[in-house]
Design a protein around this ligand. Structure first.
Ligand code: UD1
Length: 439
């Protein structure tokens, strides 16, 4: 198993180019099931999760062929409809094949995803939405078995909010399925995330009729069939925010970010500015693909942050900002409203000298002068990024174990940090150095 060894304290300087978004790419790839024509996606990041999605799609009769910067998907509508536990357990996002399968093939069998390091993660809202479209859904041997009576779903008006607000992949599933349903669907309390807007753009280019994506009410007029198209995935806002936190954590760093999706990161930029981090947009022609320069103004300032559904502060950038706030001058308060148990990084930061006390969904961080290097354990994707950021700032050597979590969402992160001057290397846990960039 690979680990990262980081010797902290080196300022970062250079250019960081943001890759295509993992969370946008996964439902876009699943949308290939909705059409019998080839679908080409550009800028799909090369990650464990996208590889797993290609594997799952292959089991469902979707061939994929990867070229220089694009992947072409061709679905056989008579292919199997069963997403097996072996794959679903490696990637919860496998659930986003449910809506497309049901809509195009009239049936789907998907292993029920379990919980994960973020806590219990139910899919009741996905099922509620699909049932509202007429799907008959049963649970058998740990699998969800869904059927569209007479082979086609029916449009409906439905409410998709839950106790934590909207659901991103639930909205993706119901919106994708409604495109081929008979009649009009209105999704109320839809997720407003940029990844949903990107999916609506793709579906519209395939012939779907969708209005309101990016707002809490999405209206879809069902069509008989969808065709193929070519689409470029939006840049990854979480990777971009991670790069900003990395640039801010070591004094005297200056990092230029290319493909910075400023339009999708307003809440993050607001908190970063308050913390004393300057993000100067130098080219804002396309607000989803700007160029910017990141520097921090003197000492970091403490801030109050609450995670919320978009356009609020994203839960996927909670851990990374917390690593940075460990070095702010005073008390910061971080409240997690999406996944109240998402604090597995807190004890690990404590092993590096951070002072954090947690009560329920809130953590109070008292800034310290220095973090100190230590062996730490990554527990999930964004927690791993948080520990890498802490390691970049810490005095001495930090070993981040289980970086396979990080490899799910960041393509060759260590190589890109190394290119900006960070002292970081990937090794296997038997300490043999491995080639930088191998993921
Ligand atoms: C997506 C992202 C994930 C991000 C999360 C929240 C992908 C592949 N993953 O996950 O990185 O952290 O959005 O921004 O895009 N919930 C229910 N019932 C449901 C579904 C969700 O109660 O049926 C709850 C969840 O437990 C959570 C909240 O709703 O508390 C939001 O979850 P959701 O938006 O569905 O997360 P995902 O789409 O799975």
């Amino acid at each position: 198993m690979d680990v990262f060894v980081i010797r902290g304290g080196t300022p970062l300087s250079g250019t960081f180019t943001v890759n295509g978004s993992k969370n946008a790419a996964l439902p876009l790839m699943a949308a290939s099931l909705l059409t019998d024509e080839p679908l080409t996606l550009q800028d799909v990041p090369e990650l464990a999760d996208t590889r797993n999605m290609r594997k799952l799609l292959a089991e469902l009769g979707v061939e994929s062929e990867t070229g220089d910067d694009s992947t072409r998907f061709s679905s056989d509508p008579t292919g199997p409809c069963h997403a097996r536990y072996d794959i679903v357990r490696t990637m919860r996002a496998s659930v986003c094949v449910l809506g497309p399968l049901l809509a195009r093939r009239g049936e789907a069998r998907i292993s029920m995803p379990g919980g994960c390091a973020l806590g219990e993660r139910p899919i009741d809202l996905h099922l509620r939405g699909l049932r509202a479209l007429g799907a008959e859904i049963d649970l058998e041997s740990g699998d969800i078995i869904a059927r569209a009576p007479a082979g086609r779903l029916r449009g409906a008006t439905l409410f998709l909010g839950g106790q934590f607000g909207s659901t991103v992949l639930g909205t993706a599933n119901v919106m994708s399925a409604a495109c081929l349903a008979e009649g009009r669907t209105i999704i109320e309390s839809a997720a407003c995330e940029p990844e949903i807007v990107d999916l609506a753009k793709l579906l519209t280019a395939m012939g779907a009729r969708i209005e309101g994506a990016g707002s809490p009410r999405i209206t879809i007029e069902g069509v008989e069939r969808l065709g193929g198209t070519t689409h470029r995935v939006i840049p990854d806002r979480i990777e971009a925010g991670t790069a900003v936190c990395a640039a801010a954590v070591v004094p005297d760093s200056e990092v230029r970010i290319v493909n910075y999706p400023a339009d999708a990161l307003m809440a993050f930029a607001d908190r970063a500015a308050e913390a004393g981090i300057d993000i100067d947009i130098t080219d804002g022609t396309d607000p989803m693909r700007t160029k910017c320069v990141v520097r921090r103004r003197g000492l970091l300032k403490p801030v109050t942050v609450t995670t919320q559904p978009h356009p609020g502060y994203p839960t996927d950038l909670q851990a990374q900002l917390m690593a940075t706030l460990c070095l702010a001058e005073g008390h910061s308060v971080v409240t997690e409203r999406i996944f109240p148990e998402r604090f597995m990084h807190v004890p690990e930061l404590g092993r590096m000298g951070a002072s954090i006390s947690r009560q329920g969904p809130t953590a109070v961080i008292t800034g310290v002068k220095n973090l100190v290097g230590a062996p730490v354990m990554a527990s999930d994707l964004r927690a791993s990024a948080c520990l890498v950021i802490a390691g970049l700032a810490a005095k001495g050597e930090t070993t981040v174990n289980r970086v396979y979590h990080l490899d799910r969402g960041y393509q060759t992160l260590e190589a890109r940090l190394l290119a900006m001057g960070a002292d970081i290397e990937r090794r296997d846990d038997k300490t043999a150095p491995v080639k930088i960039g191998a993921a």
